[in-house]
Design a protein around this ligand. Structure first.
Ligand code: CA
Ligand code: CA
Ligand code: CA
Ligand code: CA
Length: 339
């Protein structure tokens, strides 16, 4: 071996590998609850006016908050201990389609149901949530190619309970339990790839699993990645989100709470690892650490978010209570050299 190669190999062995770092563009107003409170965001893409898109975030002690892309609080819904939240447009009801926002409410172990008015951006809650029969924790929605809407509720006992969501005669959203999947340990974060009929769940101390999202598909699971040293993840695996482009390409993103990193995988099945990044500080905005929930969208929202938006809960905000940070997907593309 040449001396130069030996020197390089030694250098590689001694220099720690640090994740690529991006910086936030904006941050939301902090939540009012102290301690561990902010948890999981979802993004509503305002198709007719993308710059007016909104972020719905949970405060797991008090309810939901709605923020603009500048981080300004525009609506507060103090309806219970909302842990995780998700959104889907195109929910087929008896009198047309609506945009559904739903969340796991740990106050009464229900799936809390909201409709988002696409013309005003205002959320309206349904009086009664869906009784889940389990101690609810994580949550995500899945709308299949035929247009059927499903919800997945995850638990600390490792269950993933699938619900079919439909309207009853009164127009209320009701749920029918259609399947239970199981992994060995606590699960929280999950995300569905509607176009590929795939469900990803994060077993917090172990790794990311991929299931078929269809209720009659069986319980076969595939390990996407595991924690170090065998894999590239660091526990706890918390939020999962999908950067889904209309052409079928895109990325799966996972929050590694213990290393303040976000792991990125190809959306195409096989889920090739594309790199990890961290969200560092700017002069005006503090860095992101200890993240719970995340969301990402591929839609062009204008300005810095022309290639889409990544949102991450920040465990420690310098205001004193927690908040969410907004990152331009374009910055992530650049540091990870994504095509
Ligand atoms: Ca968790
Ligand atoms: Ca969490
Ligand atoms: Ca911070
Ligand atoms: Ca801050």
């Amino acid at each position: 071996m040449h001396a130069l190669v030996v020197t390089f190999a030694l250098w590689c062995a001694t220099v720690p590998v640090s994740a690529a770092t991006v910086q936030p563009v904006a941050e939301t107003e902090a939540v009012t609850s102290s301690g561990d409170a902010a948890d999981d965001p979802c993004i509503w893409v305002n198709a007719s006016n993308p710059k007016e898109s909104l972020i719905v975030g949970t405060d797991k002690q008090t309810g939901l908050y709605v923020y603009t892309l500048h981080g300004k609080l525009v609506q507060s819904l103090p309806d219970g201990q909302m842990n995780n939240v998700d959104i889907r447009a195109g929910f087929q009801g008896r009198n047309g389609v609506s945009t559904l926002v739903a969340a796991t409410n740990r106050t009464n172990n229900t799936i809390a149901i909201y409709r988002l008015d696409e013309s005003t951006g205002i959320l309206t809650g349904q009086n009664k949530g869906i009784e889940s029969g389990v101690a609810v924790y994580g949550f995500c929605l899945y709308r299949n190619k035929a247009g059927a809407m499903y919800a997945f509720v995850t638990t600390k006992e490792g269950e993933i309970v699938q619900w079919r969501l439909q309207e009853d005669e009164s127009g209320a959203v009701t749920g029918k339990r259609v399947r239970v999947l199981r992994v060995d340990g606590q699960v929280e974060g999950c995300v569905a790839d509607d176009a590929l009929a795939v469900l990803y769940v994060g077993e917090e101390t172990r790794g990311i699993w991929r299931f078929n999202a269809e209720p009659n598909a069986g319980d076969e699971r595939i390990a996407v990645d595991t924690v170090r040293p065998d894999g590239r993840l660091t526990a706890d695996i918390e939020g999962l989100a999908l950067y889904a482009k209309p052409d079928g390409k895109g990325y799966l993103v996972a929050s590694c709470q213990g290393s303040n990193e976000f792991a990125v995988y190809s959306r195409e099945l096989g889920n090739a690892f594309a790199g990890s990044f961290q969200v560092g500080a700017t002069n005006a905005i503090d860095a992101v650490t200890g993240t719970d929930g995340i969301d990402v969208c591929s839609a062009s929202l204008g300005g810095a978010f022309g290639h889409g938006l990544f949102v991450a809960q920040d465990d420690v905000d310098n205001s004193g209570t927690q908040n969410f940070k907004l990152v331009a997907w374009e910055a992530i593309e650049q540091v990870l050299h994504l095509p």
